[in-house]
Structures are given as structure tokens and as C-alpha cells.
Design a protein around this ligand. Structure first.
Ligand code: IVH
Length: 665
């Protein structure tokens, strides 16, 4: 046992070191495969010895916790925001104010990028990350600890073992991660995030920490105040760096406002080259001992100011508006623009979202439009310039037919989007197939969009069921250009293998409107077999956690459609599995599946051990007791959670009763 303990410790140390090099220093020391191999070894050892799982294990960063709501948390010191400066004059005023307050010119500034994310407060107690709280209204924030623990550049354990250490900074998403997320959302036909800040805020406020874990958030820390030991902001950053936090390297001490301005210009020049968004520069007095003298307004410190970059806006001509159709048939309008340089890139197209967006702004083909990059990434048209020539242009009219198949479009009441409802629309089918074979859905490797298009054009496939008939055309496939024998064999093998997927993958792959991966999972866990969905009522669907009327209606509609019925029959007759396999072998699943549990007190094994059992049986394990909690599993010395459960009338079970529920005793 001791040996295993040492082994685990050694692996953890190594992984933490490698993680630090990769996530904080941005200077990897091993390749991904080597990291993953050791990580998996640790997962295995921890599974065999759950009692040896420790707080700072890198395996703790993978999410897994789903909350009902975020608890409120009162900041010890309010989290203030900053006053803005837009030009040199504003900066001079800021400096004059400081000078007046302290009557002495002997101070310097620290100038650093203003990261475009959301502020976070990290509280460490005795060296362990104890709480991570959003800014909220500045006084009360939300406890988002579970999500923040998934941020790999934030240490779970630090060298400072004081009872209370508070560090503040900014959580953000890199430009690359943001693009990746939006690309996936486009495929899933989910609304796009306007900019990395919205995406980061949306992620940190997810109750399901698996989502945060999948999105690679990052954080720069810039605030630690211990006026006993540390005298300046620049020293505090060095201190944080030594504690292994990620510190922005573009910060610099500046002696006066001229130097401040120079450094602002320097950072501004770097802006487009950075792999994260900044929306300005923060200028702070460097000496902590002047903070109280300089003072505060009710909202802002007077010793710091945010110099905001203006959002770049350019005029260019709108050449054309065209519509595209996505996999659910949703129509999106896009613009072709005369190429224009904007925030570091050449822009020649922009999204116009839906018909209402264009009509509300009276955007016309041929007009000069103002373009900006929303969050400096996605080009967006703000409005047309209504000059003399504008009046001569014709008012834009939406299309009423699909740009691909010419069938009449439908618009669901109360929804802004138009849809192509022709189930054999070429573009729609190709996009749906692309989604069907994707990793999160049926995971059929080797069917790229190019190949799908080729198969479609050569009449091999008309719908997703046809994918499973391809094995009858092996020779023909081989003779299609660029599809060698080996790749055809691999493809057919991958197709066969996908038949045995558990139903949630198939459900997600079918592309039912509003049914994402998580909803598909919830639906099949509850109703077990996709074949039975035509017998399920709207009311039954609505009872499922997280399923609202829109999703329920969409599911009912899909299963009522006769083409879809036929498609499902074909898939079944071709041998594609439609039942949920997640809980095979667990006959006790019914009792606890979909129930929410809170675990408290000391049990005979680690909490993680019980959590794993519960999750394997389809239950949800949450952190805090609320009215919605179904069961509190209590061990010895339970405290406030037990009290709260008693008060709220939550069912309380001990370990013995729990095992009985499982049927194990
Ligand atoms: S200092 C009391 N430094 O900007 C002052 N803030 O508009 C604490 N921000 O709420 C803030 N980068 O979320 C500071 N280098 C930086 C920053 C920064 C981004 C954010 C922060 C703050 C907001 C104010």
C-alpha cells in the first residue's frame, strides 16, 4: 500500500510539474501523449485505491460535479471595478488627482493589459484552494469553485499556508479556444458566443462542471495584497509568479504619464498578436502604501484606471447577401463584403444572422455598411450608412425558398429563424451526415465532409441509414477516386462498429432540433430505447430534468414525422442499436437513476468512491443541500448539511440503507 501511495505521489508531482510548464509557462516539457499516458496511469491507480485520491490530484480537474444552483458568497473586501480613460487627457487628470491627494510626486505606475474576461476571486486556506467566487455585484459573488478547479493554470495547492489568502484575477478564453467552441456550436446549431468574454462568462456560470472542463478556460492573476510583507504591485506579481500563478508578462513599471502612454501604445501594437483578447490597459499606482491616501470613490479605487481601446469600426461596401442552410434546416444569412482591414485581419464576409436582423437595420445590397468585429473576432455589420445613394437601392427581401433545394421555408411561431423542412435537401442532408458521423455522435472515423459529398453525388447515400448499406458497395467505393482499398475497409469497419453505440450517441446524431448531447443523454437514460419514443407523451418528456416545452415539442414533432419513422425503422433493420447501454448489469438503477444526492460526513470509504457508484447508476451528486435534493447520504460527524436536510425535509439515508437501495446488502 505504501508503495502505491508513493507511486501516486510521484506521478502527481510529475504531472503537476508538466502541467505547470504547459499551462502556466506555455513551454511544454513533454508531448501530449506522454502526459496522457501518465495521467491514465494515475486514473487507474486512483480507481483501484480511491482512498488515496487527494485534493491536488490532476484527475480532480475533469469536472463531474453538477450543481442545482450557485451559492452566494460575500466578498471579504468588495470587488471594485475601474473608472475608464479614453485618451491622454483622461490619464493626465487621473495623475493630477493622485498628485493632489498625496502632495508629492514620488510615485510610479504599473501598466498592464486589461484582460477581456471576467474577474475572479480565489481564496486559499492553509495552502488549499478553498473557494473561487465571481465578482457578482461586487459585494456578493457566486461560488464557482467546481468550475474554477477545472482551470489547469490555477494551482489547487500553493506554498503559502496562511489561514486566509485571497488572490484576484481574470478568467478568460484564448482566441483559439473561443473559435473552437463557436465552430462546434455552429455544427450543433447552437447560438454563437459573441466574443471570448461572453463565452468565458457563459462557461464559468455552467452548473455542470463537465462543460467548464471541456472548454479550457485560463486565468491571469493580478491582485494580491499583503501590506505587511509586500510593498508594491510589481512585487506582488513576482510573489504570485513564485506561487506558480500565471502572470501577464507585458506589465511594466512606468515613472510618469509619458512613460505610461508609451507603454500603452506598445501594448496596443501587440494586441493583434496576442492569443487572448484585451480591451484596454490598466494603469495602477505601484506603491501599496499610497492606496489609502489616494483613496476610493464608492465604485472605484482612485489609484487605478482602465484605459480603454476604441473598438475598431470600418466602412465597406456590402456586395451580396446570401443564405445557407444548416443540418437542422436552419437558414443563416451572410454578407459578402469588399475586403477591408479590421483589427489585424482582412474581412470580406460577415454574419447577418436571420432575416429580422437585416430588416430591422434596413441593410441593403450595394450600400456602404459599418463593420466591426464583435469581441474583435466575428465580423458583424452594425448598420448601413444612409446617404443619398442608399435611397436608390432596393429594400432587401428575405428568401422564402431554400437556397439549396428550392423548397418552401417554414418559420415556427415565436421563433426568428426560417427552416428548410425538406428531408432530402442536399446541403441539409450532407450537413446532417457530417454531424451524424462526428465524434460526439456516432463516431465514424473516415467519413469526412468531402467523402460524404462525393458519396452523395454518386448516389450512394441519401440519408444516414444509407451509411449502413455502404458495405454492399465495397468494390464501387474502392473505384471512387482517392478512396483506396485500405481506407474503404477501415471506413466500413468503423461504420459496423458504430452500430453497437449506446442510444444517446444515435439520438444526438439524428439531429433533432434543440436536442444537444446532454439532452440526448437525459432522454435515453429516462426512456431507454429510441424505438419507444413515439409512445412517449409531451407531459412525460417535460418531466425529465432540464427538458422544457421547446425541447419536448421538438422531440414529439420529430417522432411524428413519417420520414423520420421510416428512417428509424431502416436503422433498426440495418442492425443499429437503439437502446441505452449505459447501465447494463445494474438492475437497481431505477431507484436512484436521475435522483440527486448530497454526501456528507465520514463514510467507510472516500466520498469519491460513493460518488462514482452513484454516478454509475445514473444519479447526480451535488455539493449542497437544497429543496430539490432527493437524498442526503450521511456518515459520522455530519454537520450543517444534515441540519439543513432535516430542516428542508430531504430524505436522509445512512451507508447501510444506501447499500440496501443498491441491493448489495
Ligand atoms: S485591477 C480594484 N487589473 O477589469 C481594481 N483589473 O473594468 C481591481 N481587469 O473588474 C481591478 N484586467 O475584471 C485589474 N490587469 C487588470 C485587469 C483588470 C482585466 C478587469 C477586472 C475589473 C475590470 C474593471
Amino acid at each position: 500500500m505504501n508503495n502505491v501511495k508513493e507511486k501516486i505521489l510521484e506521478i502527481k508531482q510529475k504531472l503537476n510539474e508538466w502541467g505547470y510548464a504547459y499551462y502556466v509557462l506555455d513551454d511544454p516539457v513533454v508531448d501530449d501523449a506522454e502526459y496522457d499516458k501518465l495521467f491514465n496511469e494515475l486514473v487507474k491507480l486512483e480507481q483501484e485505491h480511491p482512498d488515496l485520491i487527494t485534493y491536488d490530484s490532476p484527475t480532480k480537474r475533469v469536472g463531474g460535479i453538477v450543481l442545482d444552483k450557485f451559492e452566494k458568497y460575500q466578498h471579504k473586501v468588495p470587488m471594485l471595478s475601474l473608472a475608464n480613460a479614453f485618451n491622454e487627457k483622461d490619464l493626465k487628470n487621473f495623475d493630477d488627482q493622485i498628485f493632489k491627494e498625496i502632495e508629492n510626486k514620488n510615485y510610479s505606475f504599473f501598466v498592464e493589459p486589461k484582460i477581456d474576461g471576467l474577474s475572479i476571486s480565489l481564496i486559499y486556506s492553509k495552502g488549499k484552494l478553498f473557494k473561487a467566487v465571481t465578482r457578482g455585484d461586487g459585494v456578493f459573488g457566486e461560488d464557482v469553485t467546481n468550475n474554477v478547479k477545472t482551470i489547469k493554470s490555477i494551482p489547487l495547492v500553493i506554498e503559502n499556508k496562511d489561514d486566509y489568502v485571497e488572490i484576484r484575477g481574470e478568467v478568460f478564453l484564448s482566441k483559439k479556444e473561443f473559435e473552437k467552441i463557436n465552430q462546434q456550436r455552429q455544427l450543433d446549431e447552437e447560438p454563437l458566443f459573441a466574443n471570448p468574454r461572453n463565452a468565458a462568462a457563459g462557461t464559468i456560470r455552467q452548473l455542470d462542471s463537465n462543460i467548464a472542463a471541456s472548454r479550457n478556460l485560463d486565468a491571469y492573476l493580478y491582485y494580491y495584497m499583503d501590506r505587511e510583507k509586500i510593498k508594491t504591485h510589481s512585487e506582488s506579481l513576482n510573489y504570485l509568479k513564485n506561487l506558480k500563478f500565471k502572470i501577464n508578462e507585458l506589465g511594466k513599471i512606468c515613472k510618469n504619464i509619458d512613460e505610461v502612454m508609451q507603454h500603452i501604445n506598445y501594448i496596443s501594437e501587440q494586441r493583434n498578436k496576442l492569443n487572448y483578447e484585451i480591451d484596454g490597459v490598466v494603469v495602477k499606482v505601484n506603491n501599496f502604501d499610497l492606496y489609502e491616501k489616494v483613496g476610493y470613490t464608492s465604485k472605484f479605487p482612485k489609484w487605478a484606471i482602465a484605459f480603454k481601446f476604441p473598438a475598431e469600426i470600418k466602412n465597406t461596401r456590402l456586395l451580396n447577401i446570401f443564405a445557407t442552410v444548416g443540418r437542422t434546416g436552419k437558414i443563416t444569412y451572410n454578407a459578402n463584403l469588399e475586403p477591408v482591414q479590421l483589427a489585424g485581419t482582412t474581412v470580406q464576409s460577415a454574419t447577418l444572422h436571420n432575416a429580422d436582423f437585416i430588416k430591422q437595420r434596413d441593410i441593403r445590397v450595394g450600400s456602404i455598411v459599418k463593420v466591426k468585429k464583435a469581441g474583435d473576432i466575428i465580423p458583424e455589420i452594425i448598420e448601413p450608412i444612409k446617404d443619398e445613394t442608399f435611397k436608390l437601392l432596393s429594400v432587401w427581401k428575405e428568401t422564402h425558398v431554400c437556397p439549396e433545394c428550392n423548397s418552401v421555408l417554414e418559420r415556427v411561431e415565436d421563433e426568428v429563424d426560417q427552416y428548410c423542412i425538406n428531408s432530402s435537401c442536399r446541403r441539409k442532408v450532407v450537413r446532417l451526415m457530417e454531424h451524424f458521423v462526428s465524434r460526439e455522435a456516432m463516431n465514424i472515423e473516415g467519413l469526412s465532409i468531402k467523402i460524404i459529398e462525393k458519396l452523395f453525388e454518386n448516389n450512394f447515400i441519401y440519408n444516414v441509414a444509407d451509411i449502413y448499406k455502404l458495405k454492399n458497395f465495397k468494390e464501387e467505393l474502392i473505384s471512387l477516386d482517392k478512396m483506396g482499398k485500405k481506407s474503404v475497409e477501415n471506413l466500413l469497419e468503423a461504420i459496423e462498429k458504430s452500430k453497437t453505440n449506446s442510444a444517446e450517441k444515435l439520438f444526438f446524431g439524428l439531429g433533432v432540433r434543440h436536442v444537444g448531447k446532454k439532452t440526448a443523454q437525459l432522454l435515453v437514460t429516462n426512456f431507454k430505447d429510441i424505438k419507444d419514443f413515439d409512445k412517449i407523451s409531451f407531459e412525460q418528456l417535460e418531466k425529465v430534468r432540464d427538458v422544457g416545452p421547446i425541447v419536448a415539442r421538438s422531440v414529439i414533432d420529430w417522432f411524428e414525422n413519417k420520414n423520420n419513422k421510416k428512417l428509424l425503422e431502416d436503422l433498426v433493420s440495418l442492425g443499429v442499436n437503439t437502446s441505452y447501454l449505459g447501465n447494463i448489469g445494474s438492475k437497481y438503477n431505477e431507484i436512484i437513476s436521475n435522483k440527486s444526492f448530497v454526501i456528507t460526513g465520514t463514510l467507510s470509504n472516500s466520498r469519491n468512491y460513493f460518488k462514482n457508484i452513484l454516478e454509475e447508476h445514473g444519479a447526480k451528486v451535488i455539493d449542497s443541500v437544497s429543496k430539490k435534493t432527493d437524498y442526503l447520504l450521511v456518515g459520522e460527524d455530519a454537520g450543517s448539511k444534515l441540519e439543513k436536510a432535516n430542516k428542508l425535509g430531504v430524505k436522509i439515508i445512512n451507508e447501510q440503507e444506501f447499500l440496501e437501495m443498491l441491493g448489495e446488502k
